[in-house]
Design a protein around this ligand. Structure first.
Ligand SMILES: Cc1ncc(COP(=O)(O)O)c(C=O)c1O
Length: 431
C-alpha cells in the first residue's frame, strides 16, 4: 500500500515525510514518541464524502468509541455529525463539547443506572436497549425523574453481514434481543408508562468490505422495521449501525458509497412506512470516519538479528496500538525517516514482555533502518489509543496531535506513568 492511497495529504519527498505540508520530523521531535498524529483534513474529507453520497434521510452519528478524543469528536460535530456513545464517560465528553442531546444515541451492553440516569437527564435522542431487563430499569429511572424516555430496541438479527471482518449478527449474542422472538415481549414493554418505543437498532458487523454486504444489512434492518411497524408500534427511527470497513492492505476492499448511493435511495423508497412516518435513519460509522486519518509514530530503539530474522524494536507497541496483535495482521507501516527504497523484511516488536507484542512481522522497510528512525503505523486513527492497554508494563502513554488548518496542536499531552503511580495508595499498615 502507498501512503497516498491512505490519504492524498500524506507525502514522502525523498526521506522527508509530511502531512499536508507539515514536516513530520520537526513535529515528532517537539512532541516525542510514542505518538498518534491525526490529520483533521482527512477526517473532513471522509465525513464530507459520506454526507454527499448517503441519501439525505440518513443521519450520520459518529461512533465515538473509534476515537473518543474530544478534538476529533468536536471536529465531526462541527461538520454536522451526531454521536453514538457507549458510556457515561462518552456522554460526559459530549456534554463538555456541547453536542446537541437530540443528536446522541446511546448503545451498549451492561448500562449502569448511572449511565441511564445521565442519558435521561441530558435528554438524548434515544437509549438503545439491549434487553427487557434494561428497558424495565430505564422505565423505573425515567419514572423517578418524571420523564418519558425514547428507546430503540437493539435487535440481535438472524442474519450475518457478508464481507464483514467481525460479524455480530446470527447465533447467540450478548448484544440486543433476538429478532425472531422480540414480538413476544413488545406488548409487555409498550405498557411501561415512562418508555416510548420509537425505533430499532441493529449493529450487525464491523469492517464490512463490500457494498452488497452493506446493502443487505440495511435491507434486513428495514424489513425488521417494517414488521414491527405493521404489528406493534410506529417506527420513527432505524439505526442500522456502523461497520463500513477501510483497507489495511492492498488485498482489502473499500466499499464505494458513491457507487451504491442510488441503490440505497431506491431501497428507502421500497419501504413506504419510512416516508409515511418520516422515519429518522441513522448510520453510526466509526472506523470509516477516522481510521485513515491516524498515524501511530514510534521510535526504533534497537536492531538485531535472531536465527534468520531481522528485528526492529521500538519504544511503543501493543500497549498503545493493540489491533495488529489482536487481529494478527499488520497495518501499513513505513519508516518515515528514510527514503522508500531497498526494502527488506523486518519483524517490528514493541517494548512489552509478551510475545504477542508485534506491530507486524515481515514488514518491508528500508534495509538501512536504524535505531533513532521513526516508524509510522498508518490507519491507526480508529481503535488505536482507545482500544489498547496502556498500563501494561508502566510505560508512559502515547501523546495525541491533530494537524489542522496548516498547523498542529497537542490534543492529549502524554500521560506520565509517574502520575499514575502517584495516584496509588499504600494502606497505612504497609507503609
Ligand atoms: C453500537 C455500535 N455502533 C457503531 C460502531 C462502530 O463500528 P465501526 O467502527 O465498525 O463503524 C460500533 C463498534 O463497535 C458499535 O458497537
Amino acid at each position: 500500500m502507498k501512503v497516498q492511497d491512505i490519504s492524498d495529504r500524506f507525502e514522502f519527498n525523498g526521506g522527508e515525510f509530511s502531512i499536508a505540508g507539515t514536516q513530520a520530523d520537526s513535529l515528532i521531535k517537539e512532541t516525542g514518541t510514542p505518538l498518534f498524529i491525526y490529520d483533521g483534513e482527512t477526517i473532513k474529507e471522509r465525513y464530507n464524502y459520506l454526507r454527499k453520497n448517503l441519501p439525505k434521510q440518513i443521519d450520520i452519528f459518529y461512533a465515538m468509541k473509534a476515537n473518543p478524543n474530544i478534538a476529533v469528536v468536536k471536529q465531526l460535530v462541527n461538520l454536522g455529525a451526531g454521536v453514538e456513545v457507549a458510556s457515561e464517560g462518552e456522554l460526559y465528553a459530549c456534554k463538555k463539547i456541547g453536542v446537541n442531546p437530540k443528536d446522541i444515541v446511546f448503545a451498549g451492553p451492561s448500562k449502569t443506572d448511572e449511565d441511564i440516569t445521565m442519558a435521561i437527564e441530558m435528554g438524548i435522542y434515544a437509549l438503545n436497549a439491549e434487553s427487557v431487563g434494561e428497558i424495565k430499569r430505564i422505565n423505573e429511572i425515567a419514572c423517578a425523574k418524571n420523564r418519558v424516555m425514547d428507546v430503540e430496541l437493539r435487535l440481535n438479527p438472524e442474519f450475518e453481514v457478508e464481507g464483514a471482518i467481525v460479524n455480530l449478527g446470527g447465533g447467540s449474542k450478548k448484544f440486543g434481543m433476538d429478532s425472531e422472538v422480540v414480538s413476544n415481549v413488545i406488548d409487555e414493554i409498550s405498557s411501561l408508562e415512562n418508555i416510548r418505543l420509537q425505533g430499532i437498532h441493529v449493529y450487525a458487523g464491523s469492517g464490512i468490505q463490500n457494498g452488497d454486504g452493506f446493502l443487505s444489512n440495511m435491507e434486513n434492518c428495514f424489513r425488521l422495521g417494517e414488521e414491527i411497524n405493521r404489528n406493534h408500534f410506529k417506527i420513527l427511527s432505524i439505526d442500522f449501525g456502523g461497520g463500513i470497513g477501510i483497507p489495511y492492505s492492498d488485498e482489502d476492499e473499500q466499499i464505494s458509497i458513491e457507487g451504491i448511493s442510488s441503490r440505497i435511495s431506491d431501497m428507502i423508497d421500497r419501504y413506504p412506512y419510512i416516508k409515511e412516518n418520516n422515519t429518522r435513519i441513522i448510520a453510526e460509522p466509526g472506523r470509516y470516519l477516522v481510521g485513515q486519518c491516524g498515524i501511530y509514530v514510534t521510535k526504533v530503539i534497537d536492531k538485531k538479528h535472531s536465527r534468520g530474522r531481522d528485528y526492529l524494536l521500538v519504544d511503543g507497541g501493543a500497549q498503545h496500538l493493540l489491533r495488529p496483535a489482536l487481529i494478527g495482521t499488520p497495518h501499513p507501516t513505513f519508516n518515515i525517516s528514510r527514503e522508500q527504497k531497498n526494502f527488506i523484511p523486518f519483524d517490528v516488536g514493541g517494548s512489552l514482555c509478551t510475545s504477542i507484542d508485534f506491530l507486524g512481522k515481515d514488514i518491508q522497510l528500508p534495509e538501512g533502518s536504524e535505531p533513532g528512525d521513526y516508524l509510522g503505523v498508518f490507519c491507526s486513527g480508529a481503535y488505536g489509543y482507545t482500544e489498547s492497554m496502556p498500563l501494561f508494563l508502566s510505560h508512559d502513554f502515547a501523546a495525541e496531535v491533530l494537524v489542522h488548518n496548516g498547523k498542529y496542536s497537542i490534543i492529549r499531552p502524554r500521560i506520565k506513568i509517574c502520575d499514575i503511580v502517584d495516584a496509588q495508595i499504600i494502606p497505612g499498615e504497609l507503609s
